[in-house]
Design a protein around this ligand. Structure first.
Ligand code: DC
Length: 233
């Protein structure tokens, strides 16, 4: 097996399908960089909300946002406990980008072509040296169509909403399961039907439905796929 060779691993799938948990664990295990592209779309959304570019009906001022994009500074910082936090203009926004408010507006922001072009270019730059695990919706189709390993993750909307609901409640957000389920289903629909790089399984992706898998089982499954890919190179 050629273990010196670094590859690109693309993990795509529906919201709350467990992509980031799997991707983070794999990156840590194999010493690769992890990039959460959903966090990047969330950070742009937070910026737009803070600059009054999203109205109460969820309509986004796409033109003004497109113009502001070059000045929006998105980054990642590693915390002392090893976790990765998203930054906006240098400030830690990890907690705020996960709020229900941002979740409600992010699909509309992510559907704006200028936003996608800017973030895809940043993501491609991150992967220049390979040795990267990236999760999102269009990584295997648009960002890295030549990624050596592509995974398409799915789980039922109920399972995904329950996971997100538990996460939000653990953070003290008061929200009902029905609200979370509605948000998950609405985002699925917008992500799947938008014109600009919709959520779509790459033809050469490997499918995984992790609805009834434990974290350990899915981690083992992904490590096996990684080792198989390296063995093929
Ligand atoms: O993975 P997530 O739920 O944090 O993603 C937030 C939103 O960003 C999601 O509704 C779809 C969008 N997104 C996208 O359009 N393309 C990506 N590569 C990643 C996320």
């Amino acid at each position: 097996m050629n273990t010196d060779k670094k590859i690109i691993i693309a993990l795509d799938g529906f919201s709350s399908s467990g992509k980031s948990t799997m991707a983070k664990a794999l990156a840590r295990r194999i010493g690769y960089r992890y990039v959460d592209t959903g966090a990047m779309y969330r950070a742009v959304t937070l910026w737009a909300m803070e600059h009054s570019l999203v109205d109460t009906g969820g309509n986004v001022n796409a033109e003004a946002l497109a113009e502001a994009l070059p000045s929006i500074e998105i980054g990642f910082t590693i915390m002392p406990d090893g976790t990765q936090h998203t930054t906006l203009g240098g400030a830690d926004v990890e907690r705020r980008i996960r709020s229900m408010e941002v979740s409600s507006n992010v699909s509309a922001v992510a559907a704006i072509p200028a936003v996608r072009h800017a973030l895809v270019a940043m993501q491609q730059a991150f992967g220049k040296e390979k040795g990267i695990v990236m999760d999102g919706r269009d990584i295997g189709t648009t960002v890295f169509p030549d990624a050596e390993l592509k995974i398409f993750l799915n789980a039922s909307a109920q399972t995904r909403a329950r996971r997100r609901w538990n996460e939000l409640r653990a953070k003290g957000e008061e929200v009902t399961f029905e609200e979370v389920l509605e948000n998950v289903e609405k985002r699925d629909n917008i992500d799947r039907t938008r014109r600009e790089s919709p959520l779509r399984r790459a033809d050469d992706a490997i499918d995984l439905d992790n609805s009834s898998m434990t974290i350990e089982e899915q981690d083992r499954w992904l490590t096996d796929r990684f080792n198989e890919t390296l063995a093929r190179l």
